[in-house]
Design a protein around this ligand. Structure first.
Ligand SMILES: Nc1ncnc2c1ncn2[C@@H]1O[C@H](COP(=O)(O)OP(=O)(O)OP(=O)(O)O)[C@@H](O)[C@H]1O
Ligand SMILES: [Mg+2]
Length: 287
């Protein structure tokens, strides 16, 4: 949990900043459920930290949020407290391993639409503060789309789509991308193939998927990597330790390390300001 003095520390850091940050908001999404979004988001966050980035993982899986379960901790505060008690967003941030910051339990945002304007304004203001502190804010989304979750996705700077090689997962991932590009043609899209039985098969499945997306949706989707199906992942989940910490030498952990390094060194820098996400979300809400 985030102790009061830790929140104070963050606040001081924020006040004394010479170079405010400008977080990139990344939504981790999938069509089908259970394809490995939360495990990817968590371990990717930890690897981004290893690459010197400041990361906040925001559990937006409405009603089913489980980042704290994967970490074996119980969140003291969730986003619900932000609205109900008008807490600062810094006070609902929990501390995970390796300096990972996370916000648990997205159900508080499930009725974002129904909230009144003062709640919306409060959230926008608080989110802007987050953008100044972190390099990356990752949303762990629920599977598929609801009207609210689509807004958070569309307002993000980019999306990482997770799929497994299973045809049902691939088809649903395609459907999900279609939803997004129908509303926002220029959304930067990345894809991760999770649970590949071997690298070659994974690569083939990825190439097929990219080709279908380009042909029928007329957008580019950039592959950022393949994660093998690895029983270390399940072992780590049972022990409630992120797999990249549980066994650094496992195949899955090594894949995550390479993926993150490539991602950090090769992704394009886009123009944005600390309020880009908030402005887009506002705009979507007003329509
Ligand atoms: N690389 C992997 N190798 C082996 N098993 C994996 C791997 N990735 C995920 N899994 C399995 O898939 C399960 C679901 O993973 P996870 O909870 O991350 O998916 P999710 O997409 O977040 O699910 P939901 O849609 O319910 O939020 C895990 O409990 C684990 O058993
Ligand atoms: Mg999940």
């Amino acid at each position: 949990m985030m102790k009061h003095d830790q929140a104070e520390g963050l606040r001081r850091k924020l006040d004394s900043r010479n170079h405010p940050n400008n977080a990139k908001t990344v939504a981790v999404i999938s069509g089908k459920g259970g394809v490995g979004k939360s495990n990817f988001a968590l371990n990717f966050s930890l690897q981004l930290i290893n690459n010197g980035k400041k990361v906040l993982l925001f559990d937006l899986d409405v009603g089913m949020g489980n980042i704290d379960i994967l970490l074996g901790s119980r969140a003291e505060k969730t986003i619900v407290n932000l609205f109900e008690e008008r807490l600062s967003i810094l006070d609902v941030i929990e501390q995970g391993p390796k300096g990972l910051a996370y916000i648990a339990g997205g159900s508080g945002l499930s009725n974002f639409f129904q909230m009144d304007e003062s709640d919306h304004d409060y959230f926008y203001e608080q989110y802007k503060e987050l953008s100044l502190i972190y390099d990356y804010i990752l949303f762990d989304m629920g599977a598929g789309v609801t009207e609210d979750s689509l807004f958070f996705i569309l307002a993000s700077d980019e999306c990482i789509v997770i799929t497994t090689p299973e045809p049902t997962s691939v088809t649903d991932a395609y459907g999900m991308i279609k939803h997004v590009v129908n509303r926002k043609q220029d959304m930067p899209l990345h894809v991760i193939l999770n649970r590949a039985s071997n690298y070659q098969d994974g690569l083939k499945a990825l190439e097929r998927f990219k080709a279908v997306v380009t042909k029928f949706l007329k957008v580019e989707i950039q592959s950022i990597g393949i994660i093998p199906d690895d029983r270390v992942v399940t072992q780590a989940i049972v022990r409630q330790i992120p797999y990249t910490l549980y066994n650094e030498k496992s195949k899955a952990a090594k894949a995550l390390k390479d993926i993150t390094y490539n991602y950090v060194t090769h992704t394009k820098q886009v123009n944005r300001t600390p309020s880009s996400f908030v402005q887009r979300l506002k705009h979507l809400m007003e329509r």
